[in-house]
Design a protein around this ligand. Structure first.
Ligand SMILES: *Cc1c(COP(=O)(O)O)cnc(C)c1O
Length: 392
């Protein structure tokens, strides 16, 4: 049999909704020698990884670990453990990922009450309070950073109304974790999940999750077995806890990658990391405004790491994306669902959130928009971004 063609992936600058550019130190860490998953070296690495994840989630939750799978596996793991068939769950939908959570919850047997906001908008605490009063759910699920719309959902106030209504709060932080404050303990979040491929700058493959003691008590008192063997957190607790009972073989080298990714963030400092995301977002946004373009998400609720920008009239959005990729090696994302063909999704996530990428993308966009006859002052976007950096 002939050999396969040589593996030679192109070098890209990943400025879409994920995966984001991987930090070179993370790639190097992943190439270190694989040890057994019960090797003493790996066991102590798991311990350290868990403490690092607790810092990033800002929690003391014992049950904080990485699910083997991408962000969606984290969603599934939190939902199937909290929900038993027939349980009521309220899911807040203002984009693709809230919609996915409904599907996962229904498959787990939940009676789902879906509440909706138009794409790009966010929920008020009052809306959620009413939904909780009407449905009396066991769990309320919400996406903090809706990657399909670029909208940032405030969580703290919502947590209060959810708990006043005696429900548990489940939060998707796949895109927010590592790019903006996620305060699991201070906000009283019962279960939370994330993913490695957005602001953690690690390849897709693991899903950091955390369950507080209230959630673990509910899981312990379940009447039915968790629908998924692979994602059953009480079994995973014996592997990630002190017993170290074999459950499944953890993806060792992915854990090295996540370990390094978490170390890099903690070296920079979480708060400094948030400031960096915010600064690069503001510089990019100033550049976008100078090109006469607008953001798709509600003003005051725009994510720093995911910039959903409306495509100007008369511009062929798909051609801009393919030209960016083919001529400049830059990937940005297309709009999904209600935003299909209408917005670009531009990620400035983790290692990707830096001035070089902001200038690179703005100048490439200027070139391509000018070719399509879009009118703006040439060089204005670069100058506008520069002013934001200069005044920081
Ligand atoms: C990317 C994403 C997911 C899904 O993560 P995968 O790694 O693609 O499985 C879930 N929720 C949000 C908000 C996301 O951005």
């Amino acid at each position: 049999m002939p050999a396969l063609p040589t593996l030679n992936p192109p070098i890209r600058t990943l400025l879409g909704p994920g995966p984001s550019d991987i930090h070179p130190r993370v790639l190097a860490a992943m190439a270190r020698p694989t040890v057994g998953h019960l090797d003493p070296y790996y066991l102590q690495l798991m311990d350290k990884l868990q403490s690092g994840l607790r810092e990033i989630f800002r929690t003391k939750n014992r049950m904080t670990f990485a699910v083997s799978g991408t962000g969606s596996a984290g969603m599934e793991a939190t939902v199937v453990n909290l929900i038993e068939p027939g349980d009521s769950m309220v899911v807040c939908v203002n984009g693709v990922f809230g919609g996915r959570m409904c599907d996962v919850a229904e498959r787990a047997g939940a009676k789902v009450t879906k509440i909706e906001r138009p794409w790009g908008e966010v929920f008020t605490a009052a809306e959620i309070k009413n939904a909780v009063a009407a449905a009396k759910p066991k769990v309320v699920g919400i996406v903090m950073a809706e990657t399909s719309t670029g909208a940032s959902q405030p969580i703290e106030e919502i947590s209060k109304v959810v708990h006043d209504g005696r429900a548990m709060l489940l939060v998707d932080t796949v895109t927010s974790l590592g790019g903006m404050p996620v305060e699991v303990d201070a906000w009283n979040i019962d279960a939370v999940y994330s993913g490695t491929q957005k602001c953690l700058s690690c390849p897709p493959g693991l899903a950091p999750v955390s369950f507080n003691d209230r959630a673990m008590a509910v899981i312990k008192n379940r009447k039915t077995k968790v629908q998924s063997w692979y994602l059953d957190v009480s079994m995973l607790a014996s592997y990630w806890g002190s017993d170290r009972v074999y459950h499944h073989t953890a993806p060792i080298n992915m854990s090295y990658g996540l370990y390094e990714a978490v170390s890099i963030i903690l070296e920079e400092g979480l708060d400094a990391c948030f400031v960096r995301h915010d600064l690069n977002h503001r510089a990019f946004k100033a550049g976008v405004a100078a090109l006469g373009m607008k953001y798709a998400a509600q003003e005051g609720h725009q994510l720093p790491m995911l910039n959903a920008v409306r495509v100007p009239d008369g511009v062929d959005e798909a051609k801009i994306r393919s030209d960016l990729l083919n001529r400049f090696g830059i990937e940005i994302g297309a709009g999904l669902g209600a935003f299909k063909g209408k917005v670009w999704r531009i990620g400035l996530m983790g290692y990707g959130a830096r001035p070089a990428n902001v200038y690179l993308l703005l100048s490439a966009l200027e070139q391509l928009l000018a070719e399509q006859g879009h009118k703006f002052d040439h060089g204005a976007s670069i100058a506008a971004a520069g002013e934001v950096y200069a005044s920081a």
